[in-house]
Design a protein around this ligand. Structure first.
Ligand code: 13P
Ligand code: SF4
Length: 305
């Protein structure tokens, strides 16, 4: 990155008394200037704990919305308001209400990759780092799980005593990772362990050694004695894995695994966001209040991986 750009970001950061939070899939230059880089769960926790009143959130909209909901006293800004999540857009509050009418009395577990309106209609949220733990924490035998059908199938396999009513959403980026990509990568790197995200297809997860959230991958790699890893998630993850584990080697499972929304945030837009204090994330208070309950229930359950 151009030195002066980093200097200006730091200058405005202290002038605004702001913190920069960035998801693990962000571009390397953004990860490098961020105060905290993490997964969806880690970013939610960090947003609630930071004493800073101004947060520049580099990720996608549902993540920034979650931060704004749990910390209504803080101002959350996104460098590019068009950075959405196609999976989150696959379910609406109206569709969820229909599902609740069809299956009355079942609690709704809502993956955080969803809108504030959908969270407000849900009982408890989860992320990929605690989905199994959240589902197990419920006393109910039947639950509605939205919107990710692949994460839902992964949880169902680990919690066979519950019947999960699973919505049909999915991540278009992770859906591109096929078992044949993994087999090809394994042939090229026979000593590597394969780690994938639980948003992948069930047959892809079956071909891997382990399914983990993005921070779960970091922990797993750090604790492992193995030196090579094939990584089945968005390519931005490889930068952080390599940076924090310089003696280990990481291989992309495929060049196709790029989330275009995660890449909409650029370093220039981060600076403009700090300079102009744009774009403020707002959630109507009535929706925020209800969504907050579902998020706080999830935070009380904590992390599983
Ligand atoms: P993590 O919570 O594992 O960071 O995943 C978020 C996400 O959007 C994956 O596509
Ligand atoms: Fe959404 Fe998939 Fe991008 Fe994650 S990788 S933000 S789930 S589209």
């Amino acid at each position: 990155m151009v030195g002066s750009l980093a200097e200006r970001i730091n200058e405005f950061k202290s002038r605004r008394q702001a913190v920069i939070l960035a998801h693990n899939y962000q571009n390397p230059d953004i990860q490098d200037i961020a105060d905290y880089v993490g997964d969806s769960l880690g970013l939610s926790i960090q947003a609630s704990r930071t004493p800073a009143k101004t947060i520049i959130f580099c990720g996608v909209n549902f993540m920034a919305e979650t931060a704004a909901i749990i910390s209504p006293e803080k101002q959350v800004f996104v460098p590019d308001p068009k950075a959405g999540c196609p999976m989150a857009d696959m379910i609406t509050a109206e569709r969820l209400r229909g599902l609740k009418e069809e299956f009355p009395g079942r609690p709704v577990v809502c993956y955080v990759n969803s809108s504030a309106e959908v969270k407000a209609e849900s009982d408890i949220c989860c992320t990929s780092a605690n989905a199994i733990k959240v589902v197990k924490s419920l006393p109910d035998k039947e639950i509605i799980f939205i919107p990710d059908k692949f994460l839902g199938a992964y949880v169902q396999e680990h919690v066979p005593d519950k019947k999960m009513i699973i919505y049909e959403g999915y991540c278009p980026t992770h859906a591109k990772i096929l078992p044949e990509h993994i087999e090809k990568a394994k042939r090229a790197h026979p000593f590597a362990l394969v780690i994938v995200h639980p948003e992948c297809r069930p047959e892809t997860i079956k071909a891997a050694h382990k399914a983990l959230s993005t921070d779960g991958m970091l922990k797993f790699v750090k604790e492992s004695k193995v030196e090579e890893f094939i990584v089945g998630t968005e390519v931005g993850m490889l930068y952080r894995l390599q940076k924090e584990n310089p003696d280990k080697r990481f291989y992309k499972v495929s060049d196709l695994v790029v989330c275009p929304n995660m890449k909409m945030t650029t370093i220039d837009k981060v600076l403009w966001s700090l300079e102009e204090l744009e774009h403020l994330v707002t959630v109507p208070p009535a929706i925020a209040q209800k969504a907050k309950m579902a998020i706080e229930r999830m935070l009380a359950v904590g992390r599983q991986d």
